[in-house]
Each structure stands twice: as structure tokens, then as C-alpha cells.
Write a protein that binds this ligand. Sequence first.
Ligand code: TYM
Length: 330
Amino acid sequence: KPRVLSGIQPTSDSFHLGNYLGALRQWVALQDVADAFYMVVDLHAITVEHEPKVLHERSRVSAAQLMALGVDPERSALFVQSQVPEHPMLAWIMGAQTGFGEAGRMTQFKDKSAKQERTTVGLFTYPILQAADILLYQTDQVPVGEDQRQHLELTRDLAIRFNGTYGQTFTVPDAYIVKETATIKDLAEPEKKMSKSSASPRGCVYLLDEPNQMRKKIKSAVTDSDAEVRYDPERKPGVSNLMNIYAALGSTTLDKIEAEYAGRGYGDFKGDLAEVVADSLGPIAARTKEYLADRAELDRILAKGAEKARQVASRTLAKAYKKIGFFPPV
Ligand code: TYM
């Protein structure tokens, strides 16, 4: 079985439709065919300003949401990153393999630091910690959205470099990116990717939104004036984004959608999509709440996940320690 690993930041109260279609849906599906490790990356979350109590709660809510979406802690290791100390330990080693200029080329760092008043070294070295996350598990495939491709390339480069210098230590991972849903666009500004930092509250559909809120956001999505449901991401980014969402959630195809709505305009199309979105995401909030009702049990599940993760991570770390000339971890 291939080894799969991925992570998500607990930086908001709810994940959004972009997270779901770009990554989390693949997390759930891959559990059937892979040996999967999924984590809530709280170490990454402290690289921007945060409130400790809020972070702690969000990590729990994040784990509960993942379970509500179908991540099954019996089959996959589901854990919180800070409970596995091997991550920052390997990150230090990988940092010593990374060129300063190489890290400086990361576009996500440039974007994020431009938005901050105060940029931390942690935000700069963030992709190195991500590389450590992945390499610790001898990962074959990493299900993510398009915005993580560059971090995956860095991870591969670092693995290849380390193996070349010190001898075979890490599996060189591949990004697992589903083309059609690699970048879900903001509903209000379809030139941008959907994100929690959307300028318009209507731009981003959250998994924990009320179904009616979801419907409203879909119905008020920015489209264009020619009123034709036709796939053309260049000239019709708004409609094309909605079609991608429809195809993914409604298990249909772009061709079928075009045929279905030929000559009918946007009203019918958006109305039907609003129902598809509300039907598929609506039940997540209640299921999340159920998992959150017993916090002690949730924390136990996460501790067990971390234990499972440490068994694999500690083996890889010991290997890397030996290769680089350290004393073994005790
Ligand atoms: P994060 O928390 O920003 O996002 C989680 C996942 O959601 C995907 N995503 C999207 N996909 C499609 N369309 C969108 N609009 C959209 N917005 C977000 C992201 O690509 C991601 O897959 N650095 C990572 C977290 C991380 C990680 C890792 C991932 C830390 N360590 C190891 C994989 C492996 C991040 O910030 O994701």
C-alpha cells in the first residue's frame, strides 16, 4: 500500500469548500487504498499571530471536522502535529540542507509576509517544517491543492539532496493534485483562489455555514453578462468555477452540465448548484458537533493517532540522526 500524508492548518473556525474539494475529499477517498497519516498542523499555525486558547480549540474543531468528513481514525492515523516532537527535530536537520535563496523563492511566504505587519523567521522556514512533516513518514503521495505544489517541489529537492549526500534515507514524495479541483476560486472574485482571507464574506463557503448561508453565497456568486453556462476558465472564470464545483459535488461532468443548462441562463443553474452544495455539505456541521460533544474521547483519539504516527516518525528520525553523525535519540 502506498503511504499517504497530508496536513491542514487550524487557523479558522471552519474549513472551506476549497479545502474540501482541493484536498480533504481526496484524504477521505485515499484511506481505502493507502496507509494514511492526516494531521492538524498547529506548529505551522503559530507562524502568524494567534490566540493560544483559540488555537487550542480550533485544533480540536479541526480534528472533529475531519472525522465528520469521513476521516476514520481506525483506518488512518489522525493526529495533532505538536504531539509528535519528531517534526521540529527533523525540520532543524532539513533547514541545514536548505539554501537561503531557495527558501526565499517560496511564493506563499512572499504573499503571506506582504500581508503581515511583522514577519517571523518561523513563517520563512514554514516550508522546511512541511518538508519534515512529509519525509518523516516515507510518504509516497501528498494530497493537496495547487497552492502547495511549490512546497512539494522543495520537499522533493531536499529529499533528493539529503539522499545524495548522506545515502538513501527518505522516500521522494509526489504531490497528489486533482486537476479539476486543484484551485477552487473565490465566489466574489473568481480571479483569486477561495480562502478564508477573502475580502468579501460571500466569496468563501465554509463547511460549517448554515445551509441557507451556503445557498445565498452560491446564488450571489459573480458570473458574467452573457448568461451562457459554458466552460471557459479564461473568459468565464466565475461560471467555470461554479461548474467545477457542480461536477465535483454532483458527480457529473462539465459536458453534461453544459447540455443540461443550454439556453436556460444562470438562474436555474445557480439554484440547482445551491441545492447540491447545501445537500452535500449541510450535514457536516451536525456531525462535527457530535464529535465535539465528548472532548475527552476526541483527545484520546488524537493521542492514539499521535502514538501511531510517532512509531513511524521516530524510526525515520533515528535513521536521519545516524546518517548525519548525531548520537541516537534516547
Ligand atoms: P492549508 O491549511 O492552507 O490548506 C489545506 C489544504 O487545502 C488546500 N486548499 C485549496 N485547494 C483548492 N482550492 C482552494 N481554494 C484551496 N485553498 C486551500 C491546500 O492546498 C491544502 O492542501 N502548508 C499546508 C499545510 C501542511 C501540509 C503539510 C500539507 C503542513 N504540512 C504536509 C501537506 C503535507 C497548508 O497551509 O494548507
